[in-house]
Design a protein around this ligand. Sequence first.
Ligand code: DP6
Length: 361
Amino acid sequence: MVVANDFIPSNYSSSIEKGTFKWSAPSNIALVKYWGKKEHQIPANPSISFTLNNCKTITELSFERKTASSDDFSFDLLFEGQPKEDFKPKIQKFFERVLVYLPFLKEYHFTIDTQNTFPHSSGIASSASGMAALSMNLMSLEKVLLPEMTDEYFYQKASFLARLGSGSACRSIKGNIVEWGAHGEIPGSSDLFGVEFSRSVHPNFQNYQDTILLVDKGEKQVSSTVGHDLMHNHPFAERRFEQAHENLSKIKAILETGNLEEFIKIVESEALTLHAMMMTSMPFFILMKPNTLEIINKIWKFRNETQIPVCFTLDAGANVHVLYPENVRDAVLQFIKDELVGFCQNRQYICDVIGSGAVEF
Ligand code: DP6
């Protein structure tokens, strides 16, 4: 079993003065949700997600060895080419957390230049793709210092680091389906990093579509830190964590058999359970908007009338992810245009599809 200490490097065998790396990493959408965590970013239950393809963060990392050593981190942060001071504390905290695993961090000055492909303030969280892209760059640098590193270690550690930045980010390194969290029926699964779903996936899920309906583009009402905290002393937490294990077992089988009816049951139930947990915590929150419910009801009606296997899932917000197989794409897109865009802010939505993970430029 891999333990956290395995990611503490022994002495580096090589060195580098300066350079630049550039990686993109996608967002992901959970089918079985991560909600609740323990110390050190250990999830309270296992989760599984589709890696997306179009919604991604592109990050360039430039580094130069410091002339005088100092005990501080030294970095500039640019968002779309402009200095972005408000993102710095998050990166500072991330560097503090991962320093023991990346001991070179205080030896360089970094310039982190980052951009997203999805509209800024779309309500789409960029922490998963952002932390994944940054972690890939840091691993590229570590690979120069440790050229004998295996590919397996490279990607596993990238996911491990990304998790320390934002839990769900560990599922944004690889594609097309990633599981995170120790689960009895998934060999190699770990609380420390995401693993590619290695079973044969039924062709029904090939190029599975995710159309993201932007219902509310505002700032998140509940930060993920506050959200996960709500699961401490939550009256239904323990049963929920068990249920996630059960749903993961079920979805694992479904991904192999291609049973879309069963897939829809689990995915929609997980989305509603996530929101039910928020509605039944103290303090409590309702993160859906009236239009979120309008959309859900329209999807149910359309599915009933047409028998087209389209379903929804939700993150910790009001936006709706509409999930459907590639072979019903035209019909579902028509339905979205005719009946759902009216419920979106400025009629905005994003078409995405299952993708294969981080890419180096
Ligand atoms: C509702 O990964 O954003 O999207 O670990 O605190 O950064 P932190 O939380 P985060 O939580 C995401 C929760 C979710 C469900 C999921 O993606 O599994």
